[in-house]
Ligand binder design. Structure first.
Ligand code: NA7
Length: 525
């Protein structure tokens, strides 16, 4: 029997395999895709790019790796991140323990070990089960009447064909204006004959200001890596910058404008770090929101279109804030139409296009940039059976876990970046390394002390659920009622705020304290 089965070969699974091997443990990675890379294997849509900057959206565990790898742009494009993860798989000789094209369908714990069954019917047994399935990997395709009879082609951005899609001369409909739609729409508009954007919730977006990285900056990063990595571990979001200690409500309108303008010109996710109170005070948040709305009004020439693009229903950054390259400018093109599907909802997909309550929109290609069944979706897509039933039964009213890492009733299961951990609120590789390191240390502790079983207690899980709820309640995040953080994008999904909003650095300390106190909140046997 193996020590561990790891599900998924993205950032999490690759590093988990590497760490377990380092402990002398036997592990195998099962990956549904035909290649490694996870998110960056599947998301090949036009304009796909990371919103974190390349020099820190990367592993920190190996000094030679971070010194030798060269990123070409400020924000890495999908092919470059995929090439990086393929390089990591080769460099650390991981592929011999990775089985590609192997989708896991069920896993059962039998009091000693997990039996993992794949789609092909193969069975593997392992003492520990580690899910590295990602938070945004279960595609959410809305159940639109008539889609099966659509005469054109349709694609979800997270399942993009490897050969790409040629939009030349095509009328393209894009549904969704989250981070993905905001990245894809300007790129598709460059090629297509016409683009119709179906927008449900207008979104805030800040310019990315992507650019090639020059050698001087790269040399600086290489020299600074110890400090950069240390800073990432000290901050709430795993980014190498602190949120300003200053409150927006204490600044004058002129001072605020200057700070926002500078951040706007610099571009990127740092905009939300301009003031300390942006995510805790609605009054403060309104000042940033209004600044961005003014920018949209300035950018979009048709005042009616600009008005439709203005986000009003949620605080800035209470939904995942996109960054963009020419997004709002795209609406100045004659060949781009914006449809407000809040006002005129989509009724059906016809053979020729999309029919709303007001109009027919002919399209040849339909792109679903409609996001994911986030955080719980990838786990619940597997039939996970513990000692008292299935994970789907246990999570019927929303996910419950201890630290987002373990689930009572599911011994020897570890969920990397699971619901209840900071994960999607952070720079993912930083959270992933923190989780994998913690799990590896835990496995070592079990082995060194002759234990074979670890399980979160009900009490620890209940206490953690309260902590997750309270942490979210101290912020404006739950005020974004249409947010996927709350499960609101998937019809019928329980409305529970899923990620832990207490900050990564604080969370990591809590995890370390649990370990130091002999894995408090866990039963070891
Ligand atoms: P998101 O952020 O979930 O965005 C999906 C978009 O699709 C969003 O605008 C949704 O509107 C819209 N949507 C979803 N379902 C529908 C239906 N049925 N009709 C119309 N519009 C719909 O996913 P992304 O892929 O953009 O980003 C995911 C994460 O990847 C991102 O946050 C980064 O972390 C990277 P809504 O806002 O729900 O009204």
């Amino acid at each position: 029997m193996r020590d561990a089965v790891i599900i998924g070969a993205g950032f999490s699974g690759l590093y988990a395999l590497h760490r377990l091997r380092g402990l002398g443990m036997s592990a195998v990675v099962l990956e549904a895709g035909d290649g490694v890379g996870g998110t960056w294997y599947w998301n090949r849509y036009p304009g796909a790019r990371c919103d974190s900057e390349s020099y820190y959206y990367s592993y920190s565990f190996d000094e030679d790796l971070q010194q030798e790898w060269r990123w070409s742009e400020r924000y890495p494009a999908q092919p470059e991140i995929l090439a990086y993860l393929e390089h990591v798989a080769d460099r650390f000789d991981l592929r011999r323990d990775i089985r590609l094209s192997t989708r896991v369908t069920s896993t059962v714990f039998d009091d000693v070990a997990w039996t993992v069954t794949t789609e092909r019917g193969d069975e593997l047994r392992a003492r520990y089960l580690i899910t590295a399935v990602g938070c945004l990997s279960s595609a959410n395709v809305p159940d639109l009447p008539g889609l099966e009879d659509f005469g054109g082609e349709w694609y979800h951005t997270g399942r993009w064909p490897h050969e790409g899609v040629d939009f030349t001369g095509k009328r393209v409909g894009v549904i969704g204006t989250g981070s993905t739609g905001i990245q894809a729409i300007p790129v598709i508009a460059e090629q297509a004959a016409h683009v119709t954007v179906f927008q449900r919730t207008p979104n805030f977006s800040v310019p990315a200001r992507n650019a090639p990285l020059d050698e001087e900056f790269q040399a600086w990063v290489r020299a600074q890596y110890p400090e950069i990595r240390a800073l990432q571990r000290e901050t709430g979001n795993g980014h190498p910058f602190h949120v300003s200690s200053r409150n927006a409500v204490d600044a004058s309108p002129e001072q605020r404008r200057e700070v926002y303008e500078q951040a706007w010109q610099r571009g990127g996710l740092r905009f939300r770090a301009t003031f300390n109170d942006l995510l805790t005070s609605r009054e403060a948040n309104d000042t940033a929101a209004e600044f961005i709305r003014d920018k949209i009004r300035e950018t979009v020439r048709d005042p009616e279109v600009a008005e439709r693009l203005l986000p009003h229903d949620h605080p800035f950054a209470a939904k995942r804030p996109p960054i963009d390259t020419g997004y709002f400018e795209t609406y100045n093109r004659d060949d781009v139409t914006l449809v407000d599907v809040r006002k005129s909802p989509i009724v059906e997909v016809t053979r020729e296009g999309v029919r709303t309550t007001e109009d027919e929109h002919p399209v040849d290609v339909l792109v679903f940039a409609t996001g994911f069944d986030a955080m719980t979706g990838p786990l619940l897509a597997i039939d996970v059976r513990g000692t008292d039933g299935t994970l789907a039964e246990k999570w019927r009213d929303g996910p419950r876990s201890y630290l987002g890492l373990a689930v009572a009733g599911f011994p020897n299961l570890f969920t990397i970046t699971g619901p209840g951990s900071p994960s999607v609120l952070t720079n993912m590789p930083t959270s992933i390394e923190q989780h994998v390191d913690w799990i590896a240390d835990c496995l070592k502790h079990l082995r060194d002390h002759g234990f074979h079983r670890v399980e979160a207690t009900d009490q620890a899980e209940r206490d953690w659920a309260r902590e997750v709820r309270e942490a979210a309640g101290r912020t404006l995040l739950p005020q974004a009622e249409s947010s996927w953080y709350l499960g609101a994008n998937v019809p019928g999904k329980p409305r529970v705020f899923m990620p832990y909003a207490g900050g990564l650095a604080h969370y990591a300390r809590l995890c370390d304290d649990v370990a130091t106190r002999g894995y408090e909140g866990f039963q070891l046997a």
